[in-house]
Design a protein around this ligand. Structure first.
Ligand code: PLP
Length: 375
């Protein structure tokens, strides 16, 4: 059966060159980076070289990169430590964040009785910056946590502007860059972000590995206690093959960034043209000028047809998502779309199409022809 993967915001296929370096580490570099003998020293070298590669890609220093098991861990760690150790009394965030942020905030609110303020969302899914500035006029120790690229609708936040607003108000700024690292250039000398979270499996690297960026001079305490790995900030024997794979994946992604961006933007444009042609009443959920690899589409289908939509596409070998991957298969509506769609539109089927450079126009043609057979 034909297989079409259009769910790259959920996860991406690992680049064959990444598999190659990972296999080499698994076969040959099995030493523990904490061991002092040559096997350990060799592993430690590879570990630190990977950290350097990542730091160079983000224009920050190696000591500001701390490896974690992925985006979720990096987010949990930063938010918790900001409250427990940096004595933040309030977090400002938004209702359209990933659950890694939203559920962490709920836990911190219960445990530490901190205040959580949610910034308003505009009808196009963008963050209302004027409201953010209003909230910041209340001068209590605060951390702002706002995502760079929304994983469901692709809206892109101007993180440089938000970071500067946070600096002016002397509050910390954390951004969930899980959907943007590896897909756009981030210059951390230029953008005064305090913390960010990233995950390798979103940029053609392995699953179960990611990192946090923690600006030099900010002292967080660890989430786990144990050995001295990651300067004691993240104990546990390092997952070297994953770390080396992640560094390679980031290097490859950024070296072909412009080429891939052009290709993917072209596919997104083509998708919109095809929908305009075949489903003239479709709508784009979120900002139509969102990030280049994600589009969230509302289809003019009846409620009965919506129920079977993803199932039918899956039977035809097409992988797309109705919202966040974490919710796929569940009947729960998307918390992101719920924030700004009308009651009537929420009942209609919405689907997220997310591209990678492995996609082609034929993939879109196949999707459109299958959707036409349902409509
Ligand atoms: N934040 C966003 C925006 C995401 O899309 C995801 C993954 O779906 C995460 C965080 C969680 O990252 P990870 O899968 O590495 O834990």
């Amino acid at each position: 059966m034909k297989k079409v993967y259009l769910d790259n915001a959920a996860t991406t296929a690992i680049d064959p060159e990444v598999i190659e370096v990972m296999t080499q580490v698994l076969k040959e570099d099995f030493g523990n980076p904490s061991s002092t003998h040559s096997f350990g020293r060799h592993a430690k070298n590879r570990l630190e070289l990977s950290r350097k590669m990542i730091a160079k890609a983000l224009n920050c220093s190696s000591q500001e990169i701390i490896f974690t098991s992925g985006g979720t861990e990096a987010i949990n760690w930063v938010l918790r430590s900001a409250v427990a150790d940096l004595k933040v009394k309030r977090i400002i965030s938004s209702k359209i964040e990933h659950h890694a942020v939203l559920h962490s905030l709920e836990a911190l609110e219960n445990e530490f009785s901190i205040r959580i303020d949610y910034v308003d969302i505009l009808p196009n899914g963008d963050v209302n910056t004027t409201h953010l500035v209003e909230l910041l006029s209340d001068s209590i120790p605060t951390l702002v946590s706002l995502m760079h690229v929304n994983n469901e609708i692709g809206n892109e936040l101007d993180i440089e502007r938000i970071a500067r607003i946070c600096k002016q108000h002397e509050v910390y700024f954390h951004t969930d860059t899980v959907q943007s690292v590896g897909k756009t250039m981030l210059d951390l000398q230029q953008i005064p972000i305090d913390f960010l979270a990233a995950s390798a499996h979103k940029f053609h690297g392995p699953k179960g590995i990611g990192f946090a960026f923690v600006r030099k001079g900010i002292v967080l305490q660890p989430l786990f206690h144990g050995g001295e790995q990651e300067k004691g900030l993240r104990s546990g024997t390092e997952s070297l093959h994953n770390i080396v794979g992640m560094a390679k994946a980031l290097e490859l992604s950024l070296s072909s960034l412009e080429e891939h961006k052009n290709l993917i933007s072209g596919l997104k444009k083509y998708t919109i043209e095809q929908f305009e042609l075949h489903f003239p009443d479709f709508k784009i959920n979120g900002n139509p000028n969102g990030f280049y690899n994600i589009i969230n589409i509302l289809l003019p289908f009846s409620e009965e047809k919506s129920a079977m939509l993803l199932f039918h596409l899956d039977m035809k070998g097409i992988a797309i998502s109705r919202g966040s991957a974490c919710q796929s298969g569940s009947a729960k509506p998307s918390h992101v779309l719920a924030e700004f769609l009308s009651e009537a539109d929420r009942k209609k089927p919405s689907m997220r199409i997310s591209f990678s450079h492995f996609n082609t126009k034929e993939d879109i043609d196949y999707l459109v022809s299958e959707l036409k057979s349902i409509a």
